[in-house]
Design a protein around this ligand. Structure first.
Ligand code: MOS
Length: 727
């Protein structure tokens, strides 16, 4: 089915089941431990052996020799796979770093071997006996030192550089100017479930139970890497303990489980140990960002310039930190540039709201600084420079943009009028209190997505799609969609996800999953409804599906009866044409923070948080809220704690475990509130929805920074804002 915009009225608009704050249908499985992680699937295939991954001990250079003899003789060892004995491996299209390294080493903890043994302990012990000699080469590990060697690098969403009008002249002529540089550090996804896979070969067919956000991508990547046909590979990933972008791609666990299983002639399971994950997998790259803003004395932006530098391994990608600056505020003269330098750290790649999250951490402090220079309230300054069209492409309107409404409503609900424009005015004992605000933006793409629906003789509806649920609520909103479309209660729907034998979905990434995957289910349901009507000889145009019945005129047939003994099956996918050329589709939010800073110690505590979100129709306010508060929590981590500390001599992330890499705990997040404007957007899909999961993180970092400034008068431009930066 092809989507024609705008969507007309359709069965989803009944909102009997969609739009309701339904509990997760997979909740009981999750809370009782009955939804296993990939590594825990002891039952799926017998005789599983254990693989232990060995990571490189240098960041750049060569392996000169690898002595496996002692490890091979160790108790229980079944096989050892290295680049030397693995056979020819190709590189996937989506991987920058080579997943099985050697003899060349590209980054620290790059996998160089997997040891397979009868038990986990035997595999780990034997891995310690492998002797590796290296020659180390000089590496580049310091972004600030190499940034000027950076080259223009295109973004996923557009070119490396954009220019409108004459930025340089307009900035020079502006009566009020800001020129400031901000930095964001490397960050880790730190999802709960480590990367893990169980691989089993049956002749030349490979089955992989794994933890991955993008089933179809990763099936193709694994096949390509191994040099086998995609049809020979099956991926199964029904439950995922978080991803945040770290599981978008094929990683070493999956490849090494497959290679280990082939070498050992047995199923093999591999989990990346937590201390290996931070340097072995991907991370959000650090950025250096320069913002220049010029405005009239009344506060109209006349020039806005955003330049960003990041680094990655050769052939890698930039952090797209400027992409929201192309869209968020009006201003006739504009400049954005993206420069990518080569670094020999682990691969940089997508982490929740890649681009916007670190980009807004800079832009939205700069906007706060400009408002202060202008003597304007930061909310009024943002509203004054709001735009209804893409400021770089004025013939392309936003399909929906209610940023001003978000800001106004948020100000009212948060008690913004109690904020003092002058910093350092509110004190409660030792605590200096302040409020901060930031605008948030995240793109809302839709992607082709398919599903298969079966109606059986008992009236049950079963949905199958390779869509994943990474903790987001996919199971539930997909079930709600099918229930709404087929006119049955939610408990008559079975949802089966995360299996490459199911129709290809959009997958979980880029905040496109919810809208795209449910639209695919919608398409399959339309086909199933037609099949039911046709079987009964009903006119498809006037048929109604409600209360477990199919109705036409005064005829009513229970769905179970309509399905008959053999049941009915339908499969389809929703496709989109040049939708993104006609509309700029995005999600917006206003995010508010109240923070306290201990006047003596500099300790920073977030006290209250509010997000007002403009994200189309909200399919399930409960799961959507859960996504937004998760994003807000991650935003506090980005503001105050999260930083992969680079050892600039040896080239690795030093704090590579969850003791050293700090993320917020419950005590750091006392109060969170989320408001959805919940306005259907008929230009996005028949669901009239958008994404929301990544929007939640986008403005929080800067809102925290702005609240700290309002509390103390101190402006910190380098994240994370740790207390030493306030003293
Ligand atoms: Mo998201 S960073 O595209 O999983």
């Amino acid at each position: 089915m092809r989507f024609d915009t705008p969507a007309t009225t359709n069965p989803i608009d009944q909102l009997k089941i969609i739009g309701k704050p339904t509990d997760r249908i997979d909740g009981p499985l999750k809370t009782t431990g009955a939804a296993p992680y990939a590594y825990e699937r002891h039952d799926v295939v017998p005789n599983q052996a254990y693989g232990h991954v060995v990571g490189a001990a240098i960041a750049k250079g060569r392996i000169t020799s690898m002595d496996l003899a002692a490890a091979r003789r160790a108790p229980g060892v079944l096989a050892i796979v290295t680049a030397e004995n693995a056979g020819r491996l190709a590189k996937g299209n989506l991987n920058t770093a080579t997943l099985l390294g050697g003899p060349e080493i590209e980054h620290y903890h790059q996998a160089i071997a997997v040891v397979v043994a009868e038990s986990f302990e035997q595999a780990r012990a034997a891995a310690q006996l492998i002797r590796v000699d290296y020659v180390r080469a000089a590496g580049r590990f310091d972004l600030a030192a190499v940034k000027d060697s950076g080259r223009p690098a295109p973004l996923f969403s557009g070119p490396a550089d954009t220019a409108v009008g004459d930025f340089a002249d307009a900035f020079a002529a502006a009566p009020v100017q800001l020129d400031a540089t901000y930095t964001t550090p490397d960050q880790a996804h730190a999802m709960m479930e480590p990367h893990a896979s169980i691989a089993a070969w049956d002749g030349d067919r490979l089955t992989l139970w794994t933890s991955n956000q993008m089933i179809d991508w990763t099936t193709g990547e694994l096949a390509k890497t191994l040099g086998i046909a995609k049809e020979k590979v099956r991926l199964i990933s029904p439950f995922i303990g978080g991803g945040f972008g770290g599981k978008l791609f094929l990683r070493a666990d999956a490849l090494l489980a497959a290679l280990g299983a082939r070498a050992a002639g047995r199923p093999v399971k591999v989990a990346l140990p937590r201390p290996l994950m931070f340097n072995n997998t991907t991370h959000r790259p650090a950025t250096i960002q320069r913002l220049r803003i010029g405005a009239t004395r009344e506060g109209r932006i006349t020039a806005i310039g955003h330049e960003s530098w990041s680094g990655d391994l050769p052939g890698g990608k930039p952090e797209a930190a400027v992409q929201q600056t192309r869209l968020l505020y009006a201003g006739a003269n504009r400049l954005t540039t993206t420069r990518l330098a080569e670094l020999d750290l682990a691969e940089g790649n997508a982490m929740r709201a890649p681009g916007e999250a670190p980009g807004l951490m800079a832009l939205e402090i700069a906007i706060d600084e400009m408002a202060e220079k202008l003597g304007l309230d930061p909310i009024e300054f943002r509203i004054l420079n709001d735009t209804k069209v893409d400021p770089e492409k004025p013939d392309r309107p936003f399909s929906q943009r209610n940023l001003t409404q978000c800001l106004r409503l948020g100000a009212e609900r948060f008690g913004w009028s109690r904020r003092s424009a002058r910093p350092g005015q509110h004190r409660e004992g030792r605590w200096l209190l302040g409020m901060g605000v930031a605008a948030a933006y995240r793109g809302a793409p839709v992607e082709t997505s398919g599903a298969r629906i079966r109606l059986d003789g008992s009236g049950m509806v079963t949905v199958e799609t390779d869509m994943t649920d990474i903790g987001t609520g996919s199971y539930t909103i997909i079930g709600q969609t099918a229930a709404e479309m087929m006119g049955v209660p939610l408990d008559k729907v079975v949802v089966r996800l995360g299996d490459s034998s199911f129709p290809v979905s959009a997958g979980s990434g880029g905040q496109w999953g919810a809208n795209s995957a449910t639209a695919g289910v919608y398409a399959a349901c339309v086909k199933l409804r037609e099949a039911v009507a046709q079987k009964l000889g009903f006119n498809a145009a006037e048929v109604v599906f409600a209360d477990g019945e199919v109705r036409s005129g005064n005829r009513r047939v229970p769905l179970a009866e309509a399905a008959g003994e053999s049941g009915l099956l339908a499969e389809d996918r929703m496709e989109y044409g040049d939708l993104d050329k006609r509309y700029q589709q995005g999600t917006f939010a206003a995010q508010f923070i109240e923070a306290g800073v201990d006047a003596a110690t500099g300790e920073i505590r977030v006290r209250r948080m509010l997000s007002v979100c403009d994200a189309g129709r909200i399919l399930n306010p409960k799961t959507a809220r859960s996504q937004v508060i998760g994003g807000m929590t991650m935003g506090v981590g980005a503001a105050l704690m999260e930083e992969l500390v680079v050892d600039k001599r040896l080239g690795f992330f030093v704090n590579h475990d969850l003791a050293g890499y700090e993320v917020p705990v419950h005590a750091d997040i006392p109060h969170q509130e989320v408001i959805f404007l919940d306005e259907a957007d008929p230009t996005t899909s028949p669901m009239k929805a958008k994404g929301v999961a990544e929007l939640g993180i986008c403005g929080i970092g800067a809102a925290v920074a702005n609240a700290i400034h309002n509390a103390t008068g101190l402006r910190v431009r380098d994240y994370p804002i740790t207390l030493d930066k306030l003293l």
